[in-house]
Design a protein around this ligand. Structure first.
Ligand code: ADP
Ligand code: MG
Length: 338
């Protein structure tokens, strides 16, 4: 075959494949947009494991009426203007690809009203094509509705796991963000049932209780350490509570959920001999450092980051975890008490 430049439609579906793998990836991108917009409340409605409907409503800053169609264009972002900004990113988004990607593989409705605007505006894009653009009434903020995800990419639909698995992925994801952002109220509805509600009262232990139940939440150990410009906070399970896989080890770096094997290993090693072989802790660790110390532009779904000084970060995590374990482990019983 001769070399050809791909049709725009094909190119955008290929790009979409990197960003939106499954319903949970859509939820992640939409929640991140709401967080970037300064929302205090984020409400997520899911139907049929996200295949029929994913709707995210926020009370953030909204999008100017004249920019709605731009918001769904590829490489269109309000968060980055020059290449050097890439090295001091303070927002979760910056690639300007999420809405365009999602819109190319679903029917996407975007309704938004900016502060001070009298009216809102609504656009509908289906398979990447604009099919409606009208005035709309709504409170200040943004609503994104994604219907019939992957309707035009049947192969992708076939790769999805069972509805139960996809639903759990979404619940886990929203739970993680609720814990990472305790000052924000998250509400998750799946098939008209409320599965998560965090109150936004900036109380992480309360959110923990919402997710894991009161009993486990009470037992989780608090992690808190400052090492110059690196700050490590969060919760870890005490000795005696463990899981058979690493799935409940969660790291956020500068408010961004990252999957980093090095960080997980640092955490597990801090438990040293306190864990049995094949057992893993439950942990939610939030690491903060100045944006220049992390390169976030290494992964299309932004799930991985690169540290300028990874060893220092790992050591800080390790020390923080060790300290929490030491401080809270029950004192050895030397004499029998009455
Ligand atoms: P990115 O987040 O990387 O900028 P997106 O495709 O996710 O790219 O969004 C494109 C643009 O649309 C954002 O830069 C932002 O200006 C606007 N936008 C998207 N979602 C929201 C929202 N919930 N509230 C306000 N603005 C939004
Ligand atoms: Mg985004």
């Amino acid at each position: 075959m001769p070399i050809r430049i791909l049709a725009e439609e094909v190119a955008s579906q290929i790009a979409a494949g990197e960003v939106v793998e499954r319903p949970a990836s859509v939820v992640k991108e939409l929640m991140e947009n709401s967080l970037d917009a300064g929302a205090r409340r984020i409400e997520i409605r899911i139907a049929n494991a996200g295949k029929a409907l994913i709707e995210v409503t926020d009370d953030g800053c909204g999008i100017p009426a004249g920019e709605l169609t731009l918001a769904v264009a590829r490489h269109a972002t309000s968060k980055l203007s020059a290449a050097e900004d890439l090295f001091r990113i303070a927002t979760l988004g910056f690639r300007g690809e999420a809405l365009a990607s999602i819109a190319s593989v679903s029917r996407l409705t975007l309704i938004s009203r900016e502060q001070n605007a009298e009216m809102g505006r609504k656009i509908v894009v289906e398979g990447g094509k604009l099919i409606a653009n009208d005035a709309a009434g709504l409170p200040v903020g943004t609503l994104v509705r994604v219907e019939n995800l992957f309707f035009n990419v049947p192969a992708r639909l076939k790769f999805l796991k069972s509805d139960l698995t996809e639903k759990n992925q979404i619940t886990q994801l929203v739970s993680r963000y609720a814990l990472a952002y305790p000052q924000i109220r998250f509400r998750l509805m799946q098939d008209e049932r409320e599965v998560l509600l965090s109150h936004g009262k900036n109380n992480r232990r309360e959110v923990l209780a919402q997710i894991y139940g009161n009993d486990l939440a009470r037992q989780m150990l608090e992690v808190e350490l400052e090492d110059e410009d690196i700050r490590v906070r969060g919760f870890i399970s005490p000795v005696g509570i463990s899981r058979s896989n690493r799935r409940e080890i969660v790291f956020f770096v500068n408010g961004r959920w990252v999957q980093d094997a090095g960080l997980s290993t640092a955490l597990i090693q801090a438990y040293h001999t306190l864990l049995m072989v094949g057992r893993y802790p439950i942990a939610s660790i939030f690491v903060e450092m100045s944006p220049e110390m992390v390169d976030v532009n290494v992964h299309p779904a932004k799930a991985e980051v690169r540290f300028r000084d990874a060893d220092r970060v790992f050591r800080a995590v390790q020390r923080a975890v060790k300290r929490a374990l030491l401080a809270y482990s029950p004192a050895p019983q030397l004499s029998s008490s009455t």
